[in-house]
Write a protein that binds this ligand. Sequence first.
Ligand code: HMG
Length: 408
Amino acid sequence: MKTGIESISMYIPRFGLDIRDLAKARNVDPSKFIRGIGQEFMAVPAPDEDVVTLGANAALQALEGVDRSAIRTVIFATESGIDQSKAAAIYVHKLLDLPQNCRTVEMKQACCSSTSALHFAMATVALHPEQKVLLVASDVARYGLGSPGEPTQGAGAVAMVISAQPKIIAMGEHVGYYTEDVMDFWRPNYMDEALVDGKYSIKVYMHALEEAWNDYRTQSQAHFESFRHFCYHLPFSRMGLKAHLHLARLEKSGLSAAGLQAQVEPSLAYNRRIGNAYTASLYLGLLSLLETHPESLEGNRVGFFSYGSGCMGAFFGGTILPGYRKALPTRVHRDLMTNRQRLTLAEYEAFYTHTLPQDGNCYRTDRHRTGAFRLAGLENHQRLYEKVPQVKVLAADAAEACAAAPVM
Ligand code: HMG
């Protein structure tokens, strides 16, 4: 039985910062950020967006044309969770009016919990082929202002319906794993920004790639030439290319540098203009490959490497299905990518430093451009989400809004 991705969609914030503006403000040669790290633009969430709204917006699109009554599991993968106890999946479940006989759960292991979620979802539908799983991967990547990690920040969500009727890609049954206790990147509960040992994290990523690949080869008997395309976890776009060249060297691939670059380049385009989106990054890379490659990829095999700091790596493969292009909302994604507001540095820093109050008092977030869902505010320590009417409403008066507001 085939299991895999029946539908997939992404959502990104409606605001971003041009990486040249960041380089200028931080007094760095822009070519370091553009060529050295490989970034051009960074998605920046507005104060009325969080991982729930990003994820719900991606899921709304991914559920277009899908039989919702078959969804009995919602898995939300994130490392930017909004609550230590309640799963973000429950908020998404409510915003999307999904069936109540449903299991909802949140998963964590840095950037690669989305991949474990994918494999748990595949196991579920293999056991119950009539069921579908909604998988949401959503994150906001934050490092300190002025830190080396700052140009790699980003935000976004990918939602996928995993089923036994895949239309986009059928996933292989084998997965190579690697786990090791390391401190390359982490975020203690009391911090809003990640702590990272950047150069060390790259070494650990490469090591996890080697080990997960070796395990995958043992499990599956596959080899480097088994794949036409490769998608890597992308903390920044140059990382994908570095990882691929590393793997090709290990495997003594006879392909030219240009040939190797062609295997990975189409998967990097979205990351360059979004930045890191942690759990969503690998799957934004898959969307980038599927939606920007000029040729039809039907029948081609893709190798995936998922990495989560701390650390865990997973290598696996999939085969792109006939007719996949018809099942992709490429036009919607192009519109999201091109129709974003470029922030000034001051606006970016204001968004970055905005924090929600921690005293439980009534608070309403100013209204910014969002998708179909937004974070309306807080009350009694509870986040309030609302569906956005398809009309443009400008900055709400916070005090007045607290008295009214039909929010959930
Ligand atoms: P850095 O110290 O600012 O940069 O940190 P650098 O000095 O290493 O330079 C970067 C590249 O730019 C180098 O290229 C330079 O040569 C080049 P390379 O040698 O690597 O090929 N360069 C230039 N190129 C052109 N013109 C110039 C120029 N100057 C220098 N003028 C670092 C870079 C990525 C470490 C930093 O941004 C960082 O700490 N990022 C966050 C951590 C990260 O992304 N780690 C990646 C692996 S860990 C991971 O993927 C997991 C993660 O997603 C989290 C999770 O799992 O939850 C992060």
